[in-house]
Design a binder for this molecule. Sequence first.
Ligand code: DGL
Length: 263
Amino acid sequence: MIGVFDSGLGGLTVIKEILNKLPQYKIIYFGDTARTPYGTKSAETVNCYSIENTKFLLEKGAKIIVVACHTASSVSMPILKKTFPNIPFFEVVTPSFKKALRLTKNKKIGLIGTRTTVESGIYNRLFSQADPSIKLYANPTPLLVPLIEEGWLKKPETRRIVKKYLIPLKIKEIDTLILGCTHYPLIKKVIQEKAGKRVKLVDPSEEIALEIKNFLKSNPETAKNLEPDGEPEIFVSDITPNFEKIAQLFLGRKIKLKKINLE
Ligand code: DGL
């Protein structure tokens, strides 16, 4: 089984891509809807949650863990790898960084994401190690998650807010923009429109799915251990009728949520 976790239901955008590229494996997902959002919390708190989420997925039989949440990927990877040294982990930051590095021509890259993701400084570290001449311009965009969860994907208010958030990045003439949050693929068209045609977008959900596919190709033993396909199982730590609606929005189809209690 491929285990995937997120702070809530946004990570279903990642599941959608994994199902596209790797339909032959069963997926088990945990969305921490009781404690969402992670993007406004401290790294310390997010780390505790990430460890608990991983334990839950491993107990359910996951053999590899996908951290779909950009915030958790930005801050929790060192502690996760230390706590579970034998588990293959995938996260959204590294493949997004690599893709942006390949795409940029003028070496001016933009990043939007939650405050905790932007403030973690993870992308600054990665880019300056890879190529010190790259300039990263990052802007936290905290209003986008609630707007997307409200289903306001194309509303004028959403367009105006996206435009406003992108102005400081456009002024810097970025040619590549990392969509550093699970939710943003849903408003990719609006972001593209406001960023301008010239700017190439990096969608982490596509990049992580490709990375897992390549890993399983070169690690057939791990691939053999993954259970064959079946309906994805979606666990959440809290359930409301609205969560079911949001899940459908992200996955693009109706899906049953199962509530669990984390110890
Ligand atoms: N899943 C989070 C992320 O990708 C967004 C929602 C939250 O703040 O928890 O950063």
